[in-house]
Design a protein. Structure first.
Length: 233
């Protein structure tokens, strides 16, 4: 990926994280900084929010609306950190996090930041995997993203998300369409990593959802035929 979403926690971030874990008023102030006029304050607040979500997402539950609002900040880092935080909240608060759908969709097709695109994809996959109806809603844009980013480096990470999606509470028709989308790579992919990972997901879907005549399914080639770094693994 072109950017690095995760980095080692520095002293300032660690001190702020320890403070907001103990003091709810400090957490309120941190969340307010997500709408600060200062880009640096917004980015710092978003980074600490993401770190907090990874450790104890429930502390952020009262602030879901504010997190969703932060998805409309101009800088990519604030948005990807908040998307990561919202992803951590999905298991217990999928209904509320659903309001982030539009912001996540916009981030998914951001032209400049691959890290932002991946964080959006991860949130949408995690949310979609939580309930059959949600999987139906999210699938069309996931399918579009699979086609758009198939030749990009972040697609390797997207496949890991799709494996989680395949294991989730998804609708049978969504499973069938995902299998159809991945079949070409599973059987004829050029890169060893992409081929093996796609085959793993495809086989899982066929077995789990008892898809009929998988060998007769019409294979759909991805839009690109880029031969990228996949062959190294």
């Amino acid at each position: 990926m072109a950017e690095t979403a995760q980095h080692e926690m520095n002293d300032e971030e660690r001190a702020q994280l320890e403070l907001v874990e103990k003091d709810s008023s400090a957490l309120d102030a941190l969340v307010e900084d997500l709408s600060s006029a200062s880009r640096r304050k917004r980015q710092f607040a978003a980074r600490v929010v993401a770190l907090l979500a990874a450790q104890d997402a429930e502390l952020l539950a009262p602030h879901i609306d504010a997190l969703i609002d932060a998805l409309y900040r101009p800088e990519a880092q604030t948005r990807w950190e908040v998307l990561d935080a919202l992803t951590c909240l999905v298991p217990e608060h999928a209904k509320e996090v659903g309001a982030a759908f539009e912001g996540a969709e916009a981030a998914l097709f951001d032209e400049l930041s691959s890290t932002l695109r991946f964080s959006a994809f991860n949130l949408l996959v995690t949310w979609g995997a939580s309930e059959r109806g949600r999987s139906k809603k999210v699938w069309p844009i996931l399918d579009e993203a699979i086609q758009c980013y198939h030749g990009d480096l972040e697609y390797r990470d997207m496949l890991a998300c799709l494996h989680t999606f395949a294991e989730g509470k998804i609708a049978g028709e969504v499973a069938e369409e995902l299998a159809g989308r991945l079949q070409f790579d599973a059987q004829s992919g050029k890169g060893a990593f992409i081929k093996s990972r796609s085959a793993e997901i495809y086989d899982l879907l066929v077995k789990r959802f008892k898809l009929k005549d998988p060998k007769k399914r019409t294979r759909v080639a991805p839009r690109d035929d880029a031969d990228d770094a996949d062959d190294e693994e």
